[in-house]
Design a protein around this ligand. Structure first.
Ligand code: SF4
Ligand code: SF4
Ligand code: FES
Length: 769
């Protein structure tokens, strides 16, 4: 590391860094537009002009672009020299010749980089009196609004969209001062990371179309550090609210996780908290009551049956809510679990156990450094920012291998992408794990591809293995862990878990509890059920069984902030605060506990789940530890994470690995000719599915099957088939898709719920004449 003189200060620099990066790291300000830490330098805007003076007296000072000039010793850099200032002023004046005079009504106002730089560097008046160049804007879908006249041609948008996120439906078109940034034709942006354009564009070309619907000036927004509630990654976010309403969500920098970006589910999924169907008033037997009356009714029910009460937490409920619900249940020896599906319970607990036996899951920043990765399942839908991290690894030359049963966008970048029916996944993973001869179930093509994956992983220095918990069985998850172990200490293992707090929920649950709870309800041993943030009646696979079991309950008490099927069926419904309206903790896929604090309070009285349970305990005259004590009892040494801080590992006692072989694992058995595969999309989580802007992008519902299967069955694209599952029948058009495995029908979560089938369950298919 050497030093460079900038504005008469000796500044250390790292070899290879440019002057701009060096100055910014030292807290010095050099104006710039097109440079971005994640995207690097381009030299498009010419705003970062500085004057450098070589020590050698024979060499004249010169103006250079700070983002293109390597930092080196022996030069003086002046940001404030007259020559540099003049260049910057002319650049701004030139950029502003075509920029519209619409600052007072521009959505970017208050956070516009162009406006700030114009005030900082530009002339205070406009000399140009000619016609401005104008463009026609495009409709880019429900998430991003387009206003091309404001463009300053910095190319940040295409460098992010195409080069960084590897999208291909937005680009730069035309020439000279007619360069146009948009799509080939109007239509929704296809990238699941498109919303980042809103933050990456330094002017108001791309703005938040959802925020526009309830726009507020940025200085009027109330913000607080938060954590995204939509998947297990735990991206750091900054929700903004005004007048008791959540208006938008922006990225908040976390050095190991999301850094500069978030996915569209995280940016736009917040609409669920403003959904018109959201429960905001307590109800008892359908009648609106006060919070106190609802609590009294719930306490009365619980007192009447005592220990015949069960508690169902959730992977999306915060650590505080789950922990206190479990403590309440412990108070009268009731059953607690956070999972309504035994398969998911077993798979998630196994994944957490497997991670506890390793050095821990890598951060997203570490994933970007992988030189080979094996991905099992569809990461784009289940953990979008892992997908984005792997796109960076791919850009750096990593060899990706994807094993999937249905469509997955990452297959496009994979050196090996293998579509495998769910029931064959075990045999393929075992083969990889043993690195032995191909099993008989693998066909010759599969054998060769699996062998390639083994070679690639074995030869790599930083191999990474990632499985999607929701579409793997507990034993498949364990086999993936064995494969990681077989690859040696350098191999890293991670799982996309099924919710923002799935890791924490798994540590509070126990394999087999979901089955025990369901059976106890069916046999009358549980007569009261308290559900916090879960939707067992809407469960994909077991919804019908849960709905039947619900009839046996004396009382269903639901604490939730969305109108799920379970909330609709509740005898006692107590609405709770959504994540941006409460403080709490989520434990992400790494086991990192991250605190979030409430951004705002709604006008309605909406306590957090933990607060409701504490109030309920008081009504029951139960002595419940306060939340800090309950967490300390459960996780010895627990310190509540500070909101806004990077979080720290949850101190959890190690759980011994135990795979319950009595749990029916759909993806391992295959009695039928066809089997279901969960083909979800990035907005299809229980919360984001209440976000209209995201649901507008849901693909048309169809039965996706492989083209070969369609040919075999004599079914053409668009022809209809009748699907029969354990709990129902649906008729859907067929859509052939190359990414679907043989004998597999890829279906959305909603269709699977109608059929009562989970990933890997057998289905019947019949052509409708
Ligand atoms: S649209 Fe925005 S990000 Fe893209 S080139 Fe124009 S100003 Fe830059
Ligand atoms: S990856 Fe997950 S946690 Fe991150 S922004 Fe997207 S949905 Fe939220
Ligand atoms: S930031 Fe250096 S040319 Fe744009």
């Amino acid at each position: 590391m050497g030093t460079i003189r900038i504005e008469n200060h000796e500044i250390p620099f790292r070899e290879g860094d440019n002057i701009l990066k060096t100055a910014l790291a030292a807290g010095m300000e050099i104006p710039y537009f097109c440079y971005h830490t994640a995207l690097g330098s381009l030299g498009a805007c010419r705003l970062c002009a500085v004057e450098i003076t070589p020590k050698d007296p024979g060499k004249a000072p010169q103006v250079v672009m700070a983002c293109l000039e390597p930092a080196r010793g022996g030069i003086e850099v002046s940001i404030s020299s007259a020559a540099a200032q003049q260049v910057r002023q002319k650049v701004i004046e030139f950029l502003m010749t075509n920029h519209p005079h619409d600052c007072p009504v521009c959505d970017e106002g208050g956070e516009c980089h162009l406006q700030e730089m114009t005030v900082a560097c530009g002339p205070p008046y406009r000399r140009y009196r000619g016609r401005k160049r104008t463009f026609t804007n495009q409709y880019l879908g429900p998430l991003v609004h387009h206003e091309m006249n404001r463009c300053i041609t910095c190319y940040r948008c295409t460098r992010f969209y195409q080069d960084y996120a590897l999208g291909d439906d937005l680009g730069a078109m035309r020439l000279r001062n007619e360069v146009y940034f948009g799509r080939f034709q109007d239509g929704p942006l296809a990238s699941p990371f498109a919303g980042n354009l809103v933050e990456i564009c330094p002017t108001g070309v791309f703005t938040d179309a959802v925020f526009r619907q309830h726009f507020a000036r940025v200085w009027d927004l109330k913000t607080a550090p938060s954590i995204c509630p939509h998947c297990s990654i735990g991206c750091n976010t900054l929700p903004g609210a005004r007048d008791g309403m959540l208006r938008r969500v922006r990225n908040r920098f976390h050095p190991d996780l999301n850094r500069w970006f978030i996915c569209d589910r995280g940016r736009y999924g917040h609409q669920y908290s403003e959904h018109p169907a959201r429960p905001l008033t307590s109800r008892v037997d359908g009648a609106k009551v006060s919070y106190r009356q609802a609590l009294a009714a719930a306490a009365e029910q619980i007192k009447a049956v005592g220990d015949k009460t069960g508690g169902l937490g959730s992977v999306r409920e915060d650590l505080e809510g789950n922990t206190l619900l479990r403590a309440l249940l412990n108070g009268f020896n009731g059953i607690f679990t956070a999972f309504s599906d035994p398969r998911l319970e077993a798979a998630t607990i196994t994944a957490v156990t497997a991670l506890q036996n390793t050095t821990g899951a890598p951060s997203l920043a570490e994933m970007e450094q992988a030189d080979a990765a094996l991905i099992v399942g569809d990461l784009t839908a289940h953990a979008p920012m892992i997908d984005l991290a792997l796109r960076q690894a791919y850009r750096s030359g990593a060899r990706l291998a994807v094993l999937h049963s249905g469509p997955t966008p990452l297959a496009r970048f994979a050196a090996t992408a293998l579509a495998i029916p769910p029931h064959e996944m075990s045999v393929c993973l075992s083969h990889l794990s043993e690195r032995a001869a191909a099993p008989s179930a693998a066909n010759s093509n599969q054998k060769e591809m699996l062998a390639n994956i083994v070679v690639s992983l074995t030869a790599s220095h930083r191999p990474l293995l990632i499985g999607v918990t929701e579409t793997l069985s507990a034993s498949q998850i364990a086999v993936l862990a064995q494969l990681a172990a077989a690859l040696g200490p350098g191999a890293r293992l991670a799982y996309a878990l099924p919710g923002a707090n799935a890791y924490g929920a798994a540590l509070l649950s126990q394999t087999g509890r979901a089955t025990a709870m369901l059976e106890a309800i069916e046999t009358g041993h549980i007569q009261n059920l308290i559900v916090a943030g879960n939707d067992p009646l809407g469960d994909t696979r077991l919804g019908a069984r849960w709905r039947a079991a619900r009839q046996r309950l004396d009382s269903l008490i639901v604490l939730d902030c969305v109108a799920t099927a379970t909330a609709e069926a509740a005898d006692i419904l107590i609405p709770v605060a959504a994540w941006a309206e409460r403080s709490g903790t989520f434990v992400n896929y790494e086991g990192r506990a991250q605190g979030f604090t409430h951004t705002f309070r709604r006008p309605e009285f909406l306590p957090s789940t933990a607060e409701v349970i504490a109030d309920l305990a008081r009504h029951l005259e139960l002595v419940l530890p306060d939340i800090a004590a309950a967490l300390g009892d459960t996780f010895p040494g627990y310190q509540a994470p500070v909101p806004g801080a990077p979080g720290s590992p949850l101190p959890a006692p190690a759980i011994p690995m135990h795979i319950d072989t009595t749990i029916h694992q759909g993806c391992e058995s295959h009695p039928g000719r066809w089997q279901a595969a969960l083909s979800t999309w990035y907005g299809d989580d229980p919360l984001a599915s209440f976000a209209p802007a995201l649901t507008e992008l849901v693909p048309a519902v169809a039965a996706l099957i492989s083209p070969a299967a369609a040919l075999n069955e004599g079914i053409k694209a668009g022809e209809r088939v009748r699907l029969q599952g354990p709990a129902g029948t649906v008729v859907l058009p067929v859509q052939p898709d190359n990414d679907v495995a043989a004998g597999t029908i890829a279906l959305t979560r909603a269709v699977l719920a109608q059929l009562g089938a989970g990933h890997g369950d057998p289905l019947e298919l019949e052509k409708v004449s």
